[in-house]
Design a protein around this ligand. Structure first.
Ligand SMILES: [Ca+2]
Length: 166
């Protein structure tokens, strides 16, 4: 992640206050994003985002997918660490029915980037989707909690008016 640019103004509403990303988040479009490079299991990653009023970043377009890959490549080239990242997609609530963490149903006709055979692996045990360098950055599914396979993750939240300083 780039250095803190929290003071960077994110968005302007027509008649509202300027909105900012909180410190340690960076702005991308109208969203604030933060990469957590330390691998966690899916519920732990979710909980860490929730502490910030954020949710796991959802890939909703090819642009999102490419941005995330570029971001991870850059991180890996600097640190030599990291190979997988949760993408905020799970069927843990209803087996076989994938949903994004923002609450929208997964749409097969929308953008997807599945690894070959990944969906065949979706059973009652494997419920959480990640993308992995080992699969050419394509999407794969695994257990949400696995001691051996934890992943980095990105928290996404809305920008907010600046905190009062007095
Ligand atoms: Ca499943």
């Amino acid at each position: 992640m780039a250095t803190d640019n929290s003071s960077e103004q994110c968005c302007l509403l027509p008649d509202g206050p300027a909105l900012f990303c909180p410190s340690s988040y960076r702005s991308r479009g109208d969203t604030c994003l933060k990469l957590h490079s330390r691998p966690r299991d899916y519920p732990a990653a979710k909980a860490i985002c929730a502490e910030d009023g954020a949710r796991l970043f959802n890939i909703r377009s090819q642009a999102d997918n490419e941005w995330l890959i570029g971001h991870l490549r850059s991180y890996q080239s600097r640190t030599g660490k990291g190979r997988g990242v949760w993408i905020g997609l799970t069927d843990v609530w209803s087996a076989g029915t994938l949903e994004w963490e923002d609450g929208t149903a997964f749409d097969d006709t929308g953008y997807t980037n599945w690894a070959e055979g990944a969906l065949d692996r979706n059973d009652g045990i494997r419920d959480c989707v990640y993308m992995d360098r080992g699969y050419g950055w394509k999407w794969y599914i695994q257990k949400c909690v696995s001691r051996r396979e934890r992943h980095a993750f990105i928290c996404a939240r809305d920008p907010a008016p600046p905190e009062p300083t007095c």
